[in-house]
Design a protein around this ligand. Structure first.
Ligand code: NAD
Length: 512
């Protein structure tokens, strides 16, 4: 019997570019066993030794950038400029970031107990690698969401098994090849090819799953991981709002919104997917957006273009259905509104939609495509109410010159991140955590959380004095109980100490 295979297509030409065998359950298990063996000596290496290999890996990525761009563009349909500008740029930067900062984030920390009684103890917090990390990735950033997530896991001392999307497996295979060339231990970074079944099997053999993808699959991943009680990080979908207020710099807002909505053909988890514009700014803003969208060029990846093809036929059909439904319910397409008739692959024309309302799925379901729905609102309060009317909560953008108002809106937005007078930039600043709330997931990439999630934390307490016995130990006695009661009263009964305590010690949030 022949094993099942996976056909990889170029979405811009619809031509098949590769056929790969799908990993069987036994092959996934064997890959995990090999990774486990490779991980132990890797954990024993110093952070400096791990960093050295990552730098060599980065040099190879840069040496092989042309081939890398060929592979990414062929399987995703995105413009070549975006491979360099968004994928490779990010990956090169985060390799340096994790190589330099892992020591600071992971070094053993001495903790000073707050209570005087415990000053007789030394307390430490340690971080150890979890072992083998499974990374399950979507197709929209074949490099960033595979290698980009693997780097902190490797730096923390883990082995990594990547299961890339069945639509874009070739980039991850090339990454594993380059890692091998860079001198990483055999089997430390491997790729498992397949779809849902391979993903489910992977969960059964690893020590942690880092999943990026849709909400629906995220729930299935969490359920399977729960059976083994392994940690799971979930980076899920979004329906990110932008709010443009009357006093905004409308030229900057329009440029940011067009880029934020259409970069990678709108196939970004933090894409701007709905724009709420205050009444007085509405006409000017819409005119600017339409003008800028009309100037965009769409085509094959090696041309001078801003927009490539979409990557997934399923998403292409979903976007088409959402736009058709919106138009049937009264929305107007000021540009696009259909597939590009001049191009053969999965090209949907960049579409500006107005007269959109929240009864239309385009306003509340995730749209992974080049669509800009614009909604007129009375004021900032109405914009916030509509922005929060969503099951998602990934990123949001606010465009205003009023810093106090922006600060109030930041407090009110139910999202994991907010950009003020900017778009999409949160993801590419690895110094700070990035992630969502509500159905967008609860995990964080980047910052200290972005590497510690690949670790198990251990607390160690060491006695300093070596006394023969300690007060709470056996034997119990009435006298000891009475002493304990007195101690509790002395330490914590409200009294003279609390009168001198400041009522509000909370520090005010900084104004942006
Ligand atoms: P998807 O959920 O369909 O698939 C993601 C991955 O999961 C693929 O590798 C797929 O093969 C695998 N998979 C599918 N079913 C599985 C199962 N039952 N068990 C285990 N693995 C399974 O998502 P997609 O269509 O590839 O990607 C688009 C989604 O990803 C969008 O919702 C987007 O918002 C989200 N995304 C989120 C972020 C983020 O950082 N929050 C980043 C990029 C994309």
């Amino acid at each position: 019997m022949t094993s099942p295979s996976l056909k990889v297509r170029n979405p811009a030409t619809l031509e098949q570019i590769a056929e790969l065998p799908v990993a069987s359950a036994a092959e996934v298990a064997a890959a995990a066993a090999r990774a486990r063996k490779a991980q132990r000596p890797w954990q024993a290496k110093s952070l400096a030794e791990r960093a050295k290999l990552l730098y060599r890996f980065r040099d190879l990525l840069i040496d092989e950038q042309e081939r890398l761009a060929d592979i990414v563009t062929a399987e995703s349909g995105k413009p070549r400029a975006e491979v360099y500008g968004n994928e490779l740029f990010y990956l090169c930067d985060v390799i340096g970031f994790w190589a330099k900062n892992a020591e600071k984030f992971l070094r053993p920390k001495k903790i000073r107990p707050h209570l005087f009684m415990f000053k007789t103890k030394k307390v430490f917090s340690y971080h150890y690698p979890l072992g083998v990390i499974g990374i399950i990735s979507p197709w929209n950033f074949p490099l960033v969401l595979t290698a980009g997530d693997a780097v902190p896991a490797l730096m923390a001392g883990n082995a990594v098994l990547i299961k890339p999307s069945e639509l874009t497996p070739l980039t991850a295979l090339f990454v594993a090849e380059l890692a091998q060339k860079a001198g990483f231990p055999d089997n430390l970074l491997q790729t498992v090819i397949g779809g849902a079944e391979a993903g489910q099997t992977l969960i059964d053999h690893v020590d942690m799953i880092a999943f990026t993808g849709s909400v629906e699959v995220g729930k299935q991943v969490a359920q399977r991981a729960a059976e083994r009680l392994i940690p799971v990080s979930l980076e899920l979908g979004g329906k990110d709002p932008a709010i443009v207020l009357n006093d905004a710099n409308l030229e900057r807002a329009a440029n940011a919104c067009v880029w934020g909505a259409l970069m990678n053909s709108g196939q970004v988890c933090t894409s701007i997917e709905r724009i709420y514009v205050e009444e007085a700014a509405y006409d000017t803003f819409v005119a600017k957006v339409v003008e800028k969208v009309r100037a965009l060029r769409q085509g094959a990846s090696d041309e001078e273009i801003e927009l490539g093809s979409m990557s997934s036929e399923g998403q292409f059909k979903k976007v088409q259905a959402q736009v058709d439904e919106a138009i049937a319910k009264g929305a107007k397409a000021l540009t696009g509104g259909c597939a590009n008739p001049n191009l053969r692959g999965l090209f949907y024309e960049p579409t500006v939609l107005v007269e959109v309302n929240h009864d239309m799925s385009i306003a509340h379901e995730e749209t992974f495509g080049p669509i800009i729905p614009i909604i007129k609102v009375r004021d900032a309060d109405e914009a916030i109410r509509m922005a929060n009317d969503s099951r998602y909560g990934l990123d949001a953008c606010i465009f205003t010159r009023d810093k106090q108002l922006a600060a109030r809106m930041i407090d009110q937005l139910h999202t994991g991140t907010v950009c003020v007078n900017d778009a999409l930039v949160n993801y590419i600043i690895p110094d700070t955590p990035m992630g969502g709330v509500k159905d967008s997931g609860s995990s964080r990439r980047h910052g200290v959380e972005g590497i510690r999630k690949y670790c198990r934390q251990k607390t160690v307490v060491v006695d300093r004095l070596g006394l023969r016995n300690e007060f709470p130990w056996f034997p119990a006695s009435r006298k000891k109980t009475e002493q304990m009661r007195r101690l509790i009263n002395l330490l914590w009964r409200s009294g003279w100490k609390t009168k001198f305590r400041s009522p509000d010690r909370a520090r005010k949030a900084p104004v942006p």
